[in-house]
Design a protein around this ligand. Sequence first.
Ligand SMILES: Cc1cc2nc3c(=O)[nH]c(=O)nc-3n(C[C@H](O)[C@H](O)[C@H](O)COP(=O)(O)O)c2cc1C
Ligand code: SF4
Ligand code: SF4
Length: 314
Amino acid sequence: MKVLLIYYTGTYNTRYLTDKVEAEFVRRGHEVDRVEINCDTPVKDVASYDLLGFGYPIYGFNSPLPFNRYTKKLNVRAGQAFFIYKNSGETLAMNNASSRILLRRMDARGAVLKGEYHFVMPYNIHFPFEKDFVREILDYDNKLLKIMMYRLEHGIVERIESNLLYDVAAAAVGIQKAGGAINSFLYRVDEEKCVKCGLCVKNCPEKNIRFEDGKVKFGHRCDMCMRCSFYCPQDAVRIGFLEGWRVNGDYGLAALDEAGPPEKPYITENSRGFYKCYIKYFAKIDEEYERLFGFGCGEMCGYEDAPEEERAVW
Ligand SMILES: Cc1cc2nc3c(=O)[nH]c(=O)nc-3n(C[C@H](O)[C@H](O)[C@H](O)COP(=O)(O)O)c2cc1C
Ligand code: SF4
Ligand code: SF4
């Protein structure tokens, strides 16, 4: 099986997920290629792939503009199988609307959806997540990944339902459309803090940052991906009207993942406020995981009655 993973990432959470998805396919003996979308990524010929996987972080309840632009150009063929692995910081139902553009586009080309999955990852904007929370999130991501692979292999299609209200509201938010353009005029570097390491210049996916007269300067092609401000070792990048939501500093996902879930559950049935939405989300993963891989169940149980034709893979 030839699998192509096409993804956009700002602060590398989606890249981290993509590494994991790729490893799962490789472990099963499939051939995997991947494309990370930047401003100058050549358009890939996708026609020969058996399965396409699309990954993206949710931005203001939408898929990122560079992702939309890139996927529009792909020569997806009728009947081609695809799945979606999107991610975001929280699990509000409004996020469900984020795949509507991709789904519409794939539908118009006659491509066939094999599943859509929403992973949670730590926020790269708004506020930093505590380490124990990230460990718990990654533990659930690992479970969801296993569920996703099982379902993909067995032809069981998972859909994430949106509705007209969410779709319209998400389209109205479209934070990147106006936001990126306006905000790009407001980006600044704190000259007192900047050590001119060049990391932001080198890593900007839009090539929107340059050195000029020994100072860091921003152009007007910002994706609002937060890579520059998130990874600046001096926390010197100021992000305009989103400044109050700036998050700085690598979470160190691999080490937290390796450490496993926290000793005490971070989310409990008493979690309130912002954290409440995770209760249902985690419970649903637990329930499905138990059904598929729980004690006495083994890898094949849970879907024994799935029709044979649905099990035909891709
Ligand atoms: C401009 C912007 C808007 C975002 N909007 C949302 C959102 O609507 N809902 C959400 O849960 N997370 C939102 N996030 C958080 C990201 O989706 C999340 O941190 C994601 O894991 C980042 O992935 P990346 O590192 O691959 O870019 C937003 C992040 C940015 C930078
Ligand atoms: S990453 Fe930070 S310290 Fe390095 S050049 Fe950019 S603003 Fe300056
Ligand atoms: S300027 Fe910063 S936020 Fe904008 S696209 Fe470049 S790295 Fe991302």
